[in-house]
Ligand binder design. Structure first.
Ligand code: ZN
Length: 226
């Protein structure tokens, strides 16, 4: 079960899973995010993977989209409100929905259990991460134990990008699917926090100014020039 948002990292994780597992399902969450355009990208990425990479398409099964609009009620952040993205006193960008990944993985675990799946794959990353404590490796290891105990069924959490920076993620993309996959990621995935798809750069669409665009562009440039 791959946590799949339609962003760059989760798309790379999805391909990673498709290379390893015979049966792969995807799950996404709708929570009033400002970059709701990501949700449209989900559909497009799945469609393009099926079309351009039939060997992976055969392994790609159901897609689940959960309504977590309550997250908008319990958080006060720039991802869900019309506010400027800035750093708060704790050094975190105010795009942070506290504990978001704990909730996402727990919901994913519940759905996976019901679908008879026992691996959760997520794009969390401790290297380039924006300081989100729920992206930390130890957070996810603890959660893996909690979910496995709470479901009384082993549930492995795989985070293939945990120790990668964004340049490494682009490199992995090329290793797994060559130029066609790099182009698919640039054209169809979305990372920009403010949901800007009016500007196309060589690294993809985005405002070019927000923290997500910064990471994506810098990683791309470091990869291209490495
Ligand atoms: Zn942006």
């Amino acid at each position: 079960m791959v946590l799949f948002s339609g962003g760059q990292d989760s798309t790379v994780c999805l391909v990673w899973a498709l290379q390893r597992f015979a049966h792969v399902e995807t799950i996404g969450f709708q929570y009033g995010q400002r970059h709701a355009v990501e949700l449209e990208c989900r559909t497009n990425v799945l469609e393009q993977l099926r079309k351009q990479f039939p060997k992976w398409g055969k392994r790609l099964s159901e897609d689940h989209l959960l309504d977590l609009s309550l997250l908008g009620q319990i958080s006060d952040t720039a991802l869900t409100d019309e506010r400027a993205i800035e750093m708060n006193d704790g050094g975190l960008p105010n795009t942070f929905v506290p504990g978001r990944n704990l909730l996402f993985l727990t919901f994913a675990g519940t759905v996976a259990y019901r679908r008879g799946l026992n691996v959760l794959v997520g794009g969390m990353c401790e290297t380039d991460f924006s300081g989100y404590p729920d992206c930390r490796d130890n957070t996810l290891k603890a959660l893996q134990v909690a979910i496995s105990l709470g479901l009384d069924a082993p549930m492995t959490i795989e985070t293939p990008l945990m120790w990668f920076d964004k340049a490494h993620t682009w490199r992995l993309t090329e290793t797994m699917g060559g130029e066609p996959l790099v182009e698919l990621v640039a054209e169809y995935t979305h990372s920009c926090y403010v949901g800007d798809r009016s500007r196309r750069h060589e690294w993809g669409y985005g405002c070019g100014l927000c923290p997500a665009c910064d990471l994506r562009r810098d990683g791309y440039n470091r990869w291209v020039h490495s």
